[in-house]
Design a protein around this ligand. Structure first.
Ligand SMILES: Cc1cc2nc3c(=O)[nH]c(=O)nc-3n(C[C@H](O)[C@H](O)[C@H](O)COP(=O)(O)OP(=O)(O)OC[C@H]3O[C@@H](n4cnc5c(N)ncnc54)[C@H](O)[C@@H]3O)c2cc1C
Length: 367
């Protein structure tokens, strides 16, 4: 039973944001900019974000050439261009908000590996030209002369993107949480939202038990876990498998790397290699919110490390983990008004580091 004091001060808010990943933090921060006096709380069921934001690869990217070409096919030029612009705007917001030091950012560039059917120069230059209104300079160029220097095997073409960079996702989220505290936004961890009825939010905690929090506005930033609260939402989960090597002396490359339309990605973290992806091998099984390994995908990642990325370099896999992404059919962010009290916001499609700060601004502007 809640005490008089708890009922007086701790359970009534102007805004409740559910989920303290990068989207929830971005929404809460935007709310504070728009409503300087509002009482704002973020409810998080984990003891730190427990979905994608601290499980990801930490690429500050907007799409590799083959991924963009595939998006143009799927979405058309106008929509694909708009999403790239939104990602770049989001990256700018995140950089301005937290800066290099607080995100642990390194600016080693991004690369795409192509194994067969190299993209003709006209296509690469054409993409860069198409993107000139966003980036103001030719953003992609051919870097194939470095294939040997980087030690990759079976790679025919290496495309370079100078403005892609890498962050430390744990450091970024820790500093995002600190920023919220500095802005008088409360974060309550271990608070699982079980149900929402109008402006009443049923919250469950192991120690406190069940209780109700009330809010004028509720913004759900629970990414793919939304299906646990509300069925029939237009978002599907997509699990991402990640492996991490031991420290490798004289690792021959630095930066972030993609291949197969963004389905695979790897980067150095100091002397280690983080490698993730392969969801396309088993899309149905990976359409889940369960944090469990998929051995077929992990083996595929290990094989690709041995055969393509680190041929002739001995390594051990020291860690592996999973993160859960959210995907919409349209590959577009979702900002949905569910009723007078509640919105759902999701940036989606595996590039939420870039998109979330931008989509959060859109969502809060629409309030
Ligand atoms: C393996 C992997 C690699 C990735 N790599 C990159 C990358 O390099 N670059 C990039 O831009 N993007 C990447 N992404 C995508 C990016 O991480 C996500 O798009 C982004 O983190 C989504 O943020 P979010 O806040 O919407 O979701 P999340 O980080 O999943 O946050 C949702 C939060 O809601 C909480 N929650 C859920 N249900 C409830 C409830 N009922 N009550 C209370 N709390 C609840 C969860 O615990 C969680 O903390 C990657 C994702 C994965 C999985």
């Amino acid at each position: 039973m809640l005490s008089f004091w708890e009922q007086q001060t701790l359970i009534n808010y102007d805004f409740v944001v559910v989920g303290a990943g990068i989207m929830g933090c971005s929404v809460a921060f935007e709310l504070r900019q728009k409503y300087p006096q509002a009482k704002i709380v973020v409810l998080e069921r984990g003891i730190f974000p427990t979905g994608a934001s601290t499980k990801n690869a930490g690429f500050m990217c907007f799409g590799s050439p083959t991924e963009i070409l595939s998006d143009i096919k799927l979405l058309g030029e106008k929509k694909a261009f708009e999403i790239i612009w939104q990602r770049f705007e989001g990256l700018k917001i995140l950089s301005e908000r937290l800066g290099n030091e607080k995100t642990g950012r390194t600016t080693n560039g991004g690369f795409e590996l192509i194994f067969s059917n190299p993209l003709p120069k006209g296509v690469v230059d054409g993409l860069s030209e198409w993107l000139l209104p966003i980036f103001k300079f030719p953003v992609f160029n051919d870097f194939s002369k470095n294939i040997e220097k980087f030690g990759f095997q079976n790679v025919q073409q290496l495309l370079h993107c100078a403005i892609e960079s890498q962050i430390d996702s744990g450091k970024m989220m820790l500093n995002y949480w600190k920023l919220l505290h500095e802005n008088n936004i409360q974060i309550i961890t271990g608070a699982e939202v079980k149900n929402i009825q109008g402006n009443r939010i049923e919250v469950e905690n192991n120690v406190t038990g069940g209780f109700i929090i009330k809010a004028t506005q509720i913004i759900l930033c629970t990414n793919a876990f939304i299906s646990e609260l509300l069925p029939d939402m237009p978002v599907k989960p997509g699990r991402g498998q990640v492996i991490l090597t031991n420290e490798i002396e004289n690792l021959p490359f630095q930066g972030s790397f993609h291949f197969d339309e963004g389905f695979y990605y790897f980067r150095n973290i100091g002397k280690r290699v983080l490698f993730g992806g392969g969801r396309n091998l088993d899309l149905k099984k990976e359409e889940t919110t369960a944090f469990e390994p998929n051995e077929e995908i992990i083996n595929d990642l290990k094989n690709k490390l041995t055969q393509i990325i680190l041929p002739n370099i001995p390594f051990e896999i020291e860690q592996q983990w999973q993160g859960i992404m959210g995907f919409s059919d349209s590959k577009s962010p979702v900002v949905m008004t569910l009723n007078a009290h509640t919105k759902y916001v999701m940036a989606c499609n595996g590039m939420g580091v870039a998109l979330s700060p931008f989509v959060a601004k859109l969502a809060v502007n629409s309030l």
